[in-house]
Design a protein around this ligand. Structure first.
Ligand SMILES: *Cc1c(COP(=O)(O)O)cnc(C)c1O
Length: 347
């Protein structure tokens, strides 16, 4: 019989609202969000627009909807989005760009999900009647499949310059933007302000139950409302959720440094185990990827055995595992996970 999961490193989405967050939610002032009458939603949107260096913002049920609405607004059918091959919009959003916006994603090979202005220039297609029309560049801060890699500000500036020079819009998937900001000390607005649109996920490291906030120019956000309704993302007393977001921005941002420390501790512990090869040379933020091919066992087998020890780590491929730190796992949990993995590999 498998134990209940004690240490869950499968994702930073698994966090439960803390008692303080639950109180903020319970006490939230609410109204009809669809009519623009929910004070907690309005407060959250204003806060995130400022935080991201943008004019306005819109509360949405998920980060995926933030990406999809942005693509819908920037692109027309036949347009092309330039993004890293490892990007969430490439492999993890049900081909939404194609299905919803009629657009094509041109995935480019990168190291750790990060590319340069020159890479953008090389991927832009010469206009012709028979090519897709290059229209949008998408960057992911931090890069999830890049092992939580942070886009350096200078690299992002180069991409923004190249996008502008070619008449392309720039969109930021900021699911973990605040992890980048906490890790580097660079204000989130310095990164996101370079983009035509950007969003934050509330349900990742911030520890909220749900939600994403999409930010951009006022006219862009006005148009985004149309898609929010059309896709069924307009809510009612959504202030219950937005209050969790405001609470998280007050209380859960600086503490992400602990998640980063824990991820480094995990990296050190896992790297010392026999047969394990770390997928990336460092741990910029809260993710640790490792390859288990030299253990002679499949990642899925190891994952199943770990569950027997009450530990959950993600399976990202036949030999690839991913552990993500977050506010529901402490130092002792990290040590417990390393110990369990050691025991599983030794068995
Ligand atoms: C989780 C994630 C998303 C999607 O966010 P949801 O809120 O789960 O829809 C998008 N991009 C990246 C990089 C993510 O990690």
């Amino acid at each position: 019989m498998s134990q209940p999961i004690r240490i869950d490193l499968i994702s930073d989405t698994g966090t439960r609202p803390t008692p303080g967050m639950r109180r903020a939610m319970a006490e939230a002032e609410v109204g009809d969000e669809q009519r623009g009458e929910d004070p907690s939603v309005l407060a959250l949107c204003e806060r995130v627009a400022d935080l991201l260096g943008q004019e306005a913002a819109l509360f949405l049920p998920s980060g995926t909807m933030c990406n999809q609405i942005a693509i819908l607004l920037h692109c027309r059918p036949g347009d092309e989005v330039i993004a890293a091959e490892s990007a969430h919009i490439v492999g993890t959003e049900g081909a939404g760009a194609a299905v919803l916006a009629g657009s094509f994603v041109r995935p480019i090979a990168t190291s750790r999900g990060i590319f340069t202005g020159d890479d953008v220039a090389a991927a832009v297609r010469a206009p012709s009647a028979k090519t897709p029309r290059s229209r949008l560049v998408e960057v992911e801060q931090t890069s999830n499949r890049g092992g939580g890699a942070v886009w350096p500000l200078e690299t992002l500036r180069g991409v923004a310059r190249a996008a502008k020079a070619h008449g392309l819009a720039l969109h930021m998937d900021g699911a973990r933007l605040l992890n980048a900001s906490v890790a580097t000390g660079v204000p989130a607005a310095d990164y996101a302000g370079l983009c035509d649109s950007a969003w934050l996920d509330l349900s990742k490291g911030l520890g909220c139950p749900a939600g994403g906030v999409l930010a951009g120019p006022a006219d862009f956000i006005k148009e985004a409302w149309v898609w929010k309704f059309r896709l069924g993302g307009a809510m009612r007393q959504a202030g219950i959720l937005a209050a969790a977001g405001v609470y998280a921005l007050d209380n859960h941002v600086d503490r992400m440094a602990e998640d980063h420390d824990n991820a480094r501790r995990l990296w050190d512990g896992v790297a010392a185990l026999p047969g394990v090869r770390m997928a990336h040379p460092d741990v910029p933020t809260n993710m640790v990827f490792f390859d288990v091919s030299e253990t002679g066992r499949a990642a899925a087998d190891i994952g199943a055995d770990l569950r027997g020890h009450g530990v959950r780590i993600g399976i990202q491929g036949p030999d690839l595992m991913r552990a993500v730190t977050h506010l529901d796992v402490d130092r002792a949990g990290i040590d417990g996970a390393v110990q369990a993995l050691g025991a599983v590999l030794a068995a």
